[in-house]
Design a protein around this ligand. Sequence first.
Ligand code: NAD
Length: 510
Amino acid sequence: MSSVQLIENLRPADEIVGHYINGQVMADSGRTQAIYNPATGQVARRVALASKATVAKAIAAAAAAYPGWRRTPPMKRARIMFRFKALLERHADDIIALLTEEHGKVLDDARGEFIRGVEVVEYACGAPELLKGEHSKDVGPDIDSWSEFQPLGVVAGITPFNFPAMVPMWMYPMAIVCGNTFILKPSEKDPSAPTCIAKLLKEAGLPDGVFNIVNGDKEAVDALLTGPGVEAVSFVGSTPVAEYIYQTGTANGKRVQALGGAKNHAVVMPDAEMDNVVNALMGAAYGSCGERCMAVSVVVCVGDAVADEVVGKLSARVSGLKVGPGVDSCNEMGPLISELHYEKVRGYVDLGVAEGAELVVDGRGLTVPGHAGGFFLGGCLFDRVTPGMRIYQEEIFGPVLCVVRAQDLQEAMQLIDEHEYGNGVCIFTRDGGSARYFTDNIKIGMVGVNVPLPVPVACHSFGGWKRSLFGDLSAYGPDAIRFYTRRKTITQRWPPDSVEKAQFSFPSSQ
Ligand code: NAD
């Protein structure tokens, strides 16, 4: 089949987004759930919710494909990834449009997400190099030793709604090039992009059963976590679910990495260039409607003069944010994902007012002409937020930025260190000494210096500290090779023909 024909198939033609098992799109007759276009509030299509039996089928397909895939040389696996990358780029516009349609983010932002996902595919193309292992010659008399990294078997990934293409791509390209077979359980809120991308993996030459998708909710997740046959689970989502996944998965003998929620702070020092700071904060706080795990949601201004200047400049910019459907390229911010999430975020704005924070910009009254049913909330800005408030402590995951005032860098760092989350942080300064002290000592996993969204590139790994990550290894990059493989160390000697004496002392090099 040519790629041109596949383009037509790439968009979900069916009313119900099915599962993808053993190279076939499968509907099943069970439960379904609506997928909305958040800019209109209308149902775009529905998604099938897998039963335990459907998940068992996916596990069986992945298990059947595993022996052949494990034996496929890493170079051949990498060639499939090269072709997959080329196909992704050829179909980029379709995938990006689908991201905007189901998630709501503006097209430029969807493109950024897509490109960052493809970068992980590019990194995965280096599998033959990444999997080379370690070798030591002559560790003893005529003895050589080496460590190799063997695949685990069937592994699963469970992903959130906010990066429907990129976060799955953090997982399956790396898992697959390591020789595993994979089952993805995407977010049920916007599952079409990964389900369409699966067809490109097939066109790239991936054997059936190596990559599978089960769409669904808790029932499907629990079947992956508790049933036999799945060796490891990668999860990205909110902290309560991440903790549940980690505890349940490990209790069932699986290797688990579970990335959770966040409350990312940006520290503004008095020597920072304030216009650049405000520009950086606008994108980092309100981009993607604040629905990013690396979004800046708290600005800690060092000194009242800094806070007054930042709040003054920000309030003008937040009031002028261009909010509307993501397909319209003049917009800077789209809608929230769902009506339920809209109500939750709006509820946090009400709560902040009740808690005594100063609501400098109130986005609650926003209307978008022609889109009365859309889940739009205008940008909101709070000043004089204090650490005891729930709007400071809890992840809001919306276009709500909180300004906290601190007297000095020590006080700012103490606040950040005491927060339960430890995903990302950033400092704005022109002083190398402050920046170095900050990066060296702050208890956060990903740190930016004058970089508001310090999302590591594909050859580094992504992961927070504290309650933003359960498990020992981060996502993608070198950690992914370790997560998706098991080390085996082999020590080898070819004995001489003559008979040797028994040795009762513990073998050593002495
Ligand atoms: P979520 O936790 O509600 O859902 C994530 C996945 O878990 C989905 O596939 C969902 O179907 C499943 N799930 C939900 N509830 C479940 C339950 N009770 N039992 C079993 N499975 C369940 O997260 P979300 O709302 O889709 O995504 C937003 C969250 O993800 C935010 O908290 C955000 O910070 C976080 N996130 C974190 C990172 C990171 O790298 N740390 C990246 C992106 C998003």
